[in-house]
Ligand binder design. Structure first.
Ligand code: ADP
Ligand code: MG
Length: 625
């Protein structure tokens, strides 16, 4: 038996490990299973190049919890270590054996999937254990070794009688970490970190029901048999070549990732690149609802099939955090801060690659099956709009498949839209105006009026549309967007209409103060307009600019400061009722007519609420009595 002192620069690294190495103590299990997996990968690799002779079978990794004696065992059948190797790899802290292995076999070991990197993984065991033992036998013909360390830098190493190849790590769980002696807690961790690791991991056993033989009697009970309980899927879909996968495989993998998710994803994007960086994964487009924040953080990040985090901020462009799925890359540096990540060149490349793949996929879906794409549009548009707003590269590509739906259920590309409206939707300065509605129900009357005039009305109703419109107006020349119930539409209507006013200028002059006297609040600007006599007597519009700024504020960004509620009250001088207002001699009756017309205009904008609504209903009853 030999005793020694673990070779570390700091006198006592253990308290440091315990406190600072990882804030999350639970990752000890991930680290130890990663080491077991690495040892197995090495064995498989050495066997494949003939350095390990004979059959290696199907190496298994086993996790056992022994609550009574307060121990956890992690057992593998990998390469094992000689005594010398234990000295080298375990006693020399921060000397990563994984990196040395990769270095030595660098020409052919790249694809062997070694996980270790930092050389401190093993010591994370001391975050939860007061004593750790390693019993290990190398694949080389050497006696097995038994290493013990109680958490101080002193350790002992002696011979062991272990006969079969591989390593057993025994953790004597510390008092403050008793939670890890609960089977349920360990199962939870295995499910979180190790669900897709490449070698089978056994945790306990389970009963399996055997199928009944064909000639079984009717009341025959099926037999059961005790089998290993394997907790992982060793070859998850993202590790397979896309050509080997069918639609159904992608869907079932989605259900494997999100067992509580009942809705199928709309489509998927298989990521697969090995140069200039290594990255695989599958992204899914779920149906995106309007509440964006609720849906973020569903993408899982893996390194060589080990779960790392579901916070991919800084790695994936913001707009894509609305998607789901997995990304697996050994090339993402994870031992650094998020803000550093964003500046890291490799990470930037990865993020650009993902953006481009998503754009290409959308484009090909659009080209291949436009109708199918249109059907999905409402469920994916937010991601696309979000991407156009935040990633210039995506904006450039999205021009080809961004769709502008109309209130009549057409879906137009930008070019198609331009062609469709260029002849009759320009204002007096020759600027092309796109009309849009944000709510078919609430803006029904305005939409109808615009359509009667032969205008195309788009339906743009996502929560961030105001931002995108603002951007489009800035990027494209001589175009503008105007909501149907806004003031900008007047420019178009007036030009088209050329309706003659039935009212003389003197009449108008006496009408305006009559109305202003009754309109209570300062927020209405009264404006007399000769409009269609079959239209409404009063129409409310809101300045496009004000409304848009307000919307932008509500969804973040836009100009600061409170924007007042401001409306223009258009009084249709060609309307019979307005004529009547002017002719009515009794002040009371006139006031009632004005009030009623204003309330009707407010009602059609969904602005009549509370007390005002009650008063309106009362007045209406009076009027029809
Ligand atoms: P890393 O995995 O980054 O190399 P670790 O601290 O996790 O760092 O492990 C240090 C080294 O100890 C490994 O590189 C490996 O050589 C050796 N080792 C740890 N666990 C095992 C194991 N189960 N079987 C064989 N070797 C192991
Ligand atoms: Mg490791």
């Amino acid at each position: 038996m030999a005793n020694g002192k673990i070779n570390v620069a700091v006198e006592n690294i253990f308290p440091l490990i315990k406190k600072f190495l990882y804030s999350d103590h639970e990752i000890f299990l991930r680290e130890l299973i990663s080491n077991a997996t690495d040892a197995t990968s090495k064995l498989v690799h050495l066997s494949s190049i003939g350095e390990v002779k004979g059959e290696i079978g199907d190496p298994l990794i086993e996790v056992k919890v022994d609550k009574k004696s307060k121990k956890i065992h992690i057992i593998d059948q990998g390469v094992g270590m000689t005594k010398e190797e234990v000295n080298k790899y375990i006693n020399e802290v921060a000397f990563s054996g994984a990196e040395e292995f990769l270095e030595k076999y660098k020409d052919n070991a790249k694809d062997s999937g070694i996980i270790g990197h930092f050389g401190l993984g093993f010591y994370s065991a001391f975050m939860v254990a007061e004593k750790v033992e390693i019993i290990t036998k190398s694949h080389q013909n050497a006696p097995a070794a038994h290493w013990t360390c109680d958490g101080s830098p002193e350790y002992s190493i002696e011979k062991s009688g272990k006969k079969d190849r591989g390593t057993e790590i025994i953790l004597h769980i510390a008092k403050d970490s008793k939670e890890f002696l609960e089977e349920a807690r360990i199962r939870e961790l295995l499910n979180k970190y190790n669900k897709f690791m490449p070698y089978p991991i056994k945790f306990g056993t389970k009963e399996e029901t055997l199928p009944l033989p064909d000639d079984a009697k009717e009341d025959a009970k099926p037999e059961t048999k005790t089998v290993d309980n394997i907790i992982n899927n060793t070859s998850p879909a993202w590790t397979k070549p896309p050509a080997d996968l069918k639609e159904e495989n992608y869907k079932s993998f989605y259900r494997e990732l999100y067992p509580m998710q009942f809705e199928d994803p709309l489509f998927n994007i298989h990521l697969n690149v090995d140069y200039p960086f290594n990255l695989t994964g599958i992204l899914y487009f779920p149906k995106i609802q309007n509440d964006l924040n609720l849906q973020k953080d569903k993408i899982q990040l893996y390194q060589n099939q080990v779960f790392v985090t579901d916070n991919v901020e800084g790695i994936v462009p913001e707009f894509l955090t609305l998607l789901r799925g997995v990304i697996d890359s050994p090339d993402i540096p994870l031992n650094v801060s998020r803000s550093y990540l964003q500046a890291d060149g490799a990470v930037k490349k990865i993020s650009n690659y993902i953006t481009r793949k998503v754009a290409d996929k959308l484009n090909s879906l659009f080209k291949k099956d436009r109708k199918g794409f249109e059907e999905k549009w409402n469920d994916i548009k937010v991601v696309i709009e979000y991407g156009m707003l935040t990633e210039d590269k995506f904006y450039e590509k999205a021009g080809q498949f961004m769709l502008y739906p109309t209130t009549d259920g057409e879906y137009l590309t930008y070019n198609e839209l331009e062609t469709a409206v260029k002849d009759n939707q320009t204002d007096k300065d020759g600027k092309l105006m796109f009309l849009y509605a944000s709510n078919v129900e609430e803006q029904h009357q305005y939409i109808e009026t615009a359509k009667e005039k032969g205008y195309k009305v788009l339906l743009l109703d996502s929560p961030i549309i105001a931002h995108l419109i603002q951007k489009l107006e800035g990027e494209k020349e001589n175009i503008g967007f105007a909501r149907v119930d806004g003031d900008a539409i007047e420019n178009l209507i007036k030009k088209e209409e050329a309706t003659v006013s039935k009212m003389s200028d003197e009449e108008k002059e006496s009408l305006k103060p009559l109305i202003e006297a009754v309109i209570p609040e300062k927020k209405y600007t009264v404006q007399l307009e000769a409009m269609d006599s079959k239209g409404l007597p009063f129409v409310l519009t809101q300045p496009e600019f004000m409304r848009r700024m307000k919307e932008m504020q509500n969804t973040g960004g836009g100009m600061m400061g409170a924007f007042p509620e401001m409306y223009t009250l258009l009084v249709n001088t060609n309307h019979e009722l307005v004529e009547q207002i002017l002719q009515t001699k009794t002040a009371k009756k006139r006031e009632r007519l004005i009030q009623q017309s204003l309330d009707l205009a407010r009602l059609s904008q969904n602005l009549l609420k509370g007390e005002a609504l009650t008063a309106f209903i009362k007045r209406s009853v009076e009027l029809i009595k």
